[in-house]
Design a protein around this ligand. Structure first.
Ligand code: NAD
Length: 490
C-alpha cells in the first residue's frame, strides 16, 4: 500500500475512522501514487464539531485580523508554487504550466478576499422617521464546506474558502478523491499561518463524506463544483435540509466562428481552449459553429493545429497536453467518439490511436476532431470532458444562437468576429453565464462572480467576490430609535 493520506481536523493530522482507502493513480503512467481515505460519516462529525467550536471566537476576531492570515496564506502559496504544481501534475495529469496557472487563479481569489473589510460594509439610512435610523449588517453563518472536482485541485476551493473564512465562518474542504494530495500539501504548508485550531479543516472521501456534509446540522452553507447530475443531487438534498447551496455543474461550451473572424488567431485560441487540460475544463470549447463560409478554412487549420499538439507526461517541458484523469474516463471518451462516428459525424482527427513514449500504461487520448456533427446526436449533446472538438456549420448567426440556446448547459459561449454588431447580438441573446468575445476560455477574474446558467449551475449566488461574500453571510437589519428628548440631554 502507498502512503496513506490523513485528514486535517482541529489543527491536527488525524487518520480517518474508516480503514478503507482508495489508491490514487498517476494518469500519465498508470502507477499508484498514494492512498486516500474512502471517507466516513464519522470524519465529518468530528470536523464539523471542531469547526463549530472554533466559530464563536473566529467570528469575533476583527475582519482586519482575519485577513492578516490570508496575507500569510497568499505568501506561502506563492513561495511553494512549483512544489504544489508538481503534485498537482502528478495526480491530475495536466501539464506543469497548467498546474502553475491554476495557482495564479487561487491567489487572485485570496487577494480579493483580503478586501473583506470593504466587501462586508453595508447600508445605513439616517432618520427614516424622526430619531430613527436603519442599517444592515452582514454576519457569518457558521461552518461552511466546499466539495471539489478533480480537474482544478488547487484553484476551485479558493473560489469559496478565502471568502468564507474572511467573513468569519469556519470551514471544511473536501477535495476530490481523485486528486487529494495537492490540497493535502497545501494544508501542510498552512501550518505556518498559525490559524486558530478548527478554523480550517480538510476531510478526504467520496459519497459518504459528501452525504455527511449535506446532512450535518452544523454546516448551513455548501459550495459544490462537479458534474451536473451530482450538482443537482447536492442542491436538492442540501435544500431539503434547509441549507444554502451553490452547485456548479457540467458544461458543453459552444464557440461561434464568424466569416469575418481572424482565422489564424481564432484557430490558435480555440485549439488551446479545446485541448488545454486535455479538454477537462468546465469552460473548454467543445462545439464550434462555423457560420457561412468560415467553415472550410477554419476546419483545415484547426485540424493542423491540433495534429501538432504534443501529448505526453505533463512533467515534460515540451508537453502541451497531458492524459485524461482515469482509465474509465478514457474508455468513456473513446466510446463517445465512436458513437459520434456511428451517428454520422466525420472523423477529421483521431486521437484514440496515439502512442506516447513511456506512457504506454497512461490514459492518453490525442486531440480529436469530428466534423458534420448532427444537432440530435449524442456527441453534440453530451459533455465529453476530454480532448474532443466537434464542428458544425450554421448558415447564419441566428441559427447558431438558436442551437446554442437549446442546450441543457449554459456555462459559457464564445464568438470570434470583427463585427461589433454580431458580438453585441451574441452577448445579448445567448443563454449562458460566461460570454467570450474573441476569447477562448471566458473565465471570470476573481473580482467577478463565476457565473453559469441552466444545468451548469444550481443555486442563486455564484463563487468568487461579492457573490461569495453574500453566500457566506446573512443580513441582519437593525432599526434604532433615539428620542429627541434623550438626545437633548447631551
Ligand atoms: P464529480 O461530480 O464526479 O465529483 C465532484 C465531487 O463530488 C467530488 O468531490 C466527488 O467526491 C463528489 N461526488 C461524486 N459523486 C458523488 C455522488 N454520487 N454523491 C455525492 N458526491 C459525489 O465531478 P468530477 O468528475 O470530479 O469533475 C468533473 C466535472 O466537474 C465536469 O462535469 C465539469 O464540467 C465539472 N466542473 C464544473 C465547473 C464549473 O464551474 N461549472 C468547474 C470545474 C468542473
Amino acid at each position: 500500500m502507498t502512503m496513506k493520506l490523513k485528514n486535517y481536523i482541529n489543527g491536527q493530522w488525524v487518520e480517518t475512522k474508516n480503514p478503507e482507502y482508495i489508491e490514487v493513480i498517476n494518469p500519465a503512467d498508470g502507477q499508484p501514487l498514494w492512498s486516500v481515505p474512502s471517507g466516513s460519516k464519522k470524519d465529518i462529525l468530528i470536523a464539523a464539531e471542531a469547526a463549530h467550536k472554533a466559530w464563536p471566537e473566529w467570528r469575533n476576531t476583527p475582519a482586519v485580523k482575519r485577513i492578516s492570515y490570508l496575507f500569510k496564506m497568499k505568501q506561502i502559496l506563492e513561495d511553494h508554487t512549483e512544489e504544489i504544481a508538481e503534485i498537482c501534475t502528478k495526480e491530475s495529469g495536466k501539464t506543469f504550466a497548467e498546474s502553475k496557472a491554476e495557482m495564479v487563479r487561487a491567489l487572485e481569489n485570496i487577494e480579493v478576499a483580503c478586501g473583506i473589510p470593504n466587501l462586508l460594509q453595508s447600508d445605513f439610512s439616517e432618520d427614516i422617521a424622526t430619531g430613527v435610523d436603519e442599517f444592515s449588517i452582514r454576519q457569518p453563518l457558521g461552518v461552511g464546506a466546499c466539495i471539489a472536482p478533480f480537474n482544478f485541485p488547487i484553484m476551485i476551493p479558493f473560489w469559496f474558502m478565502p471568502y468564507a473564512i474572511a467573513c468569519g465562518n469556519t470551514y471544511i474542504v473536501k477535495p476530490s478523491e481523485k486528486v487529494p494530495a495537492t490540497m493535502q500539501r497545501i494544508f501542510e504548508l498552512f501550518k505556518d499561518i498559525n490559524l486558530p485550531a478548527g478554523v480550517l479543516n480538510m476531510v478526504h472521501g467520496g459519497k459518504d463524506t459528501v452525504d455527511a456534509i449535506l446532512e450535518h446540522p452544523f454546516i448551513p452553507a455548501i459550495s459544490f463544483v462537479g458534474s451536473t447530475n451530482v450538482a443537482r443531487y447536492i442542491y436538492q438534498t442540501g435544500v431539503s435540509f434547509g441549507k444554502r447551496i451553490q452547485a456548479q455543474g457540467g458544461a458543453k461550451n459552444p464557440v461561434v466562428v464568424m466569416p469575418d473572424a481572424d482565422i489564424d488567431t481564432t484557430v490558435r485560441i480555440i485549439a488551446d481552449s479545446a485541448f488545454g487540460c486535455a479538454g477537462q475544463r468546465c469552460l473548454a470549447a467543445s462545439i464550434v459553429f462555423t457560420v457561412g463560409d468560415a467553415g472550410k478554412l477554419f476546419t483545415s487549420k484547426i485540424v493542423e493545429a491540433a495534429r501538432v499538439k504534443k501529448t505526453g507526461n505533463g512533467m515534460n517541458k515540451e508537453t502541451e497536453m497531458g492524459p485524461v484523469i482515469s482509465k474509465e474516463s478514457k474508455e468513456r471518451i473513446e466510446k463517445l467518439i465512436q458513437n459520434g462516428i456511428n451517428e454520422g459525424a466525420r472523423l477529421l482527427l483521431d486521437g484514440r490511436t496515439i502512442n506516447v513514449q513511456g506512457g504506454e500504461n497512461g490514459y492518453f487520448i490525442g486531440p480529436t476532431i469530428l466534423g458534420n456533427v448532427e444537432s440530435e446526436s449524442e456527441i453534440f449533446k453530451t459533455e465529453v470532458f476530454g480532448p474532443v472538438l466537434c464542428i458544425m456549420n450554421a448558415d447564419t448567426l441566428e441559427d447558431a444562437i438558436s442551437l446554442i440556446n437549446k442546450s441543457r448547459y449554459g456555462n459559457s459561449a464564445c464568438i470570434f468576429t470583427h463585427s461589433g454588431a454580431a458580438a453585441r447580438k451574441f452577448r445579448h441573446d445567448v443563454m449562458a453565464g460566461n460570454i467570450g468575445v474573441n476569447i477562448g476560455i471566458a473565465a471570470p477574474m476573481a473580482f467577478f462572480p463565476f457565473s453559469g446558467w441552466k444545468e451548469s449551475f444550481f443555486g442563486d449566488l455564484h463563487g468568487q467576490t461579492s457573490h461569495a461574500v453574500e453566500f457566506y453571510t446573512q443580513t441582519k437589519v437593525v432599526i434604532e430609535r433615539w428620542h429627541e428628548e434623550w438626545i437633548r440631554k447631551f
